[in-house]
Design a protein around this ligand. Structure first.
Ligand SMILES: [Fe+2]
Ligand SMILES: [Fe+2]
Length: 169
């Protein structure tokens, strides 16, 4: 007996083009999350100074969340008949999250995090728009992830405000 294929939804044969495009977007999002994990890991270890501790603790918590996002994107890629790529397909983009010249330069780290979160927010809004009415499950998943990224951005904006208020940013 052959299995019946879906006639509706993103798994339907007729929607294979949409599915392919969405898998491509999910793959890009997956790499963004993986790169963010790598960058936040380094930036949660490198900073020096009393005031760096708050940033370090915050990034340590974020690493777990971003890793969770990467896993969600990976699982959704698989659900849509894609394959989670291997490391040889990885091309890093986060020039703004490289270690600063001085490890007490916390403003550099804060601004880098804001840049990463802003990029994620922009791209995830794009995925939400693309999947609207086409793939409600991906749409719903990315909305939840977007909420986390907006929270991260807002938290680091708050950190930056404190430095700006002192004329140090
Ligand atoms: Fe994330
Ligand atoms: Fe984030």
């Amino acid at each position: 007996m052959t299995t019946r294929t879906n006639s509706r939804g993103i798994l339907a044969e007729a929607n294979s083009d949409d599915r392919g495009e969405i898998v491509e977007m999910l793959t890009r999002a997956y790499w963004m999350e993986v790169e963010t994990v790598i960058s936040y890991l380094a930036n949660s270890i490198n900073p020096d100074g009393v005031r760096a501790q708050e940033i370090i603790e915050s990034l340590e918590a974020d690493i777990e969340e971003e890793l969770g996002h990467a896993r969600k994107y990976g699982e959704r890629i698989k659900d849509l008949y894609g394959v989670v790529p291997g490391t040889l397909e990885f091309s890093p983009q986060q020039s703004y999250l490289q270690p600063p010249e001085h490890q007490t330069d916390i403003v550099h780290v804060i601004k880098g995090v804001i840049e990463a979160e802003t990029g994620a927010i922009d791209f995830y809004n794009e995925i939400i728009e693309r999947t609207e009415g086409v793939d409600p499950v991906t749409n719903d998943m990315v909305i939840a992830i977007l909420r986390d990224e907006e929270g991260h951005r807002r938290l680091f904006e708050g950190f930056l405000r404190e430095y700006e208020a002192e004329g140090k940013a």
